[in-house]
Design a protein around this ligand. Structure first.
Ligand code: PFF
Length: 463
């Protein structure tokens, strides 16, 4: 898979390979790091409910639309629109996607680097426990310790930059060498282990003192906070859904172009969405009981996971070893996502600008290296980049479903979804209804209100 470039297109080797690569792209820091903290900041259970609604009614149709575009065109997002809608401006949607991926790739790799810091630190913590005095610390002191650690290293200059570049080089190395069997094989082994450790963590977390309170926070819808700022919060749920599923920017147009004609696009989309949502909820179940047990503020923001998880590990038998394994695997989960981002840019450069795969990868890494460094030195740039998916991805998603609903013919989408008529697609009517009306109208409406509420927050005098 993923050899691409200059006409020698390759494809995923098996059904399981497709699922591993797609789940690898979808499951990552978005589930473990971003999901718990946005749920925490936006009121818990009620936010989760809205999120799940968006995943089902909007996420699945957008994902299937991306697959249809990618697989029928067999090209990167820009090339795909140029091919199936020649002489129009639709390729700008592909361009918007490439730009979104660029921005996400930059800040995402910075956060992935933080994971590496925790891998290295857990080794130090395992080797020199007495130096850190863990045994004598109570939970409050431990939380403080990790909070201080998080703050001092993320605001430090060199370590975050170094970890960022390590993560980028790792991603670049895998994409350049197109280690297809490597990444497919490794994904098949490591993703299940990651899931097992996550389950162990969940078990430990819910049996902590504050377990019940955490679960109530996550699962019992309380609409108070949503009522206060409905549009901002609802747009954030939509942005998180797009981010977590890797949709709205052409990543899945690119991966879709590597899916063989005989594969079932609808069932693939449903499986990927289900797996991604399952892992996000598991992460929530692992985090919130501990957040309440240790008196951490659920609305703490991006640092939530990085100071909660270590405290759970500290309270487990052999906890530091679990911590080490968990962070290594989280790092891996992040890399299977960054690979998919880099792949979008490389496919674009190599197919549209006729660059070699190697040159395209190097050029992307140099530019992302620059933007990512900016994110590590400036908290403002980081915050803007991190907030960008909430606007850019729904916008991209709007155009993608509108294209499939109104421009791409019904017959062509039915041909693609039914693998040239060899598969029964009883759901096609429902799919067309969703992509023609439900998804575009819902996105447009939420987007407009979300932007309005953002503007009001910035310039209160307008309201
Ligand atoms: N879906 C990934 C996650 O939840 O961690 C993030 C992501 C992957 C975003 C690929 C964008 C992308 F192109």
């Amino acid at each position: 898979m993923l050899q691409g470039g200059k006409g020698d297109r390759d494809s995923f080797s098996s059904k399981f390979g497709v699922l591993a690569a797609l789940a690898g792209s979808a499951i990552g820091l978005g589930n473990i790091w971003r999901f718990p903290y946005v749920v925490g900041q936006n009121g818990g259970g009620a936010f989760l409910l809205v999120y799940i609604l968006f995943i089902a009614a909007i996420g699945i149709p957008v994902m299937m639309s991306e697959f249809v575009i990618g697989r029928s065109a067999q090209l990167n997002p820009v090339g795909a629109f140029k091919k199936i809608a020649p002489g129009t401006k639709w390729h700008l949607v592909g361009m918007l996607g490439v730009v979104s991926v660029f921005i996400i790739f930059s800040f995402y790799t910075v956060v992935a680097g933080w994971t590496l810091e925790y891998v290295i630190q857990s080794v130090r913590w395992i080797l020199f426990p007495e130096k850190f005095g863990f045994a004598s610390m109570d939970n409050a002191a431990l939380t403080q310790f990790f909070s201080n650690h998080y703050e001092s290293f993320t605001s430090g200059l060199w370590r975050p930059i170094i970890w960022f570049f390590v993560m980028m080089l790792l991603t670049g190395y895998i994409v350049i060498s197109g280690v297809k069997n490597g990444i497919e094989k490794v994904a098949k082994i490591l993703m299940p282990i990651f899931l097992v450790i996550l389950l162990i963590l969940v078990t430990r977390s819910v049996t902590l003192g504050g377990g019940r309170e955490g679960l109530v926070f996550l699962f019992k819808p309380d609409f108070t906070q949503i009522k206060e700022e409905p549009f901002r919060i609802i747009l954030e749920a939509l942005g998180q859904a797009f981010f977590s599923l890797s949709i709205g920017m052409g990543t899945l147009i690119t991966y879709g172009s590597y899916i063989k004609k005989k594969e079932n696009l609808a069932s693939t989309a449903v499986s990927v969405v289900a797996a991604d949502t399952f892992v996000a909820i598991l992460a929530g179940i692992a985090i919130f009981p501990a957040v309440f047990a240790f008196g951490i503020d659920p609305a703490d923001g991006p640092e939530l996971v990085y100071k909660t998880l270590p405290v759970i590990f500290q309270n487990m038998a052999g906890g530091l070893i679990w911590a080490f394994m968990f962070f290594v695997l989280l790092c891996f989960a992040a890399v299977t996502s960054t690979i998919s981002m880099l792949e979008v840019i490389v496919a674009y450069l190599s197919e549209q600008l006729n660059m070699s795969r190697k040159k395209a990868t190097l050029l992307s890494m140099i530019s992302v290296g620059f933007l990512g460094t900016l994110c590590t030195v400036s908290p403002d740039v980081f915050a803007i980049f991190n907030a960008s998916p909430d606007l850019m991805l729904p916008l991209g998603g709007f155009f993608i479903v509108t294209f499939i609903g109104w421009i791409f013919s019904r017959d062509k989408s039915s041909k693609e979804l039914s693998s040239d008529g060899t598969r029964n697609i009883g759901y096609h009517k429902l799919f067309m209804f969703l992509v023609k009306f439900v998804a575009p109208l819902a996105i447009a409406f939420l987007f407009a209100l979300g932007v309005y509420s953002k503007v009001i927050t910035l310039f209160p005098s307008i309201g």
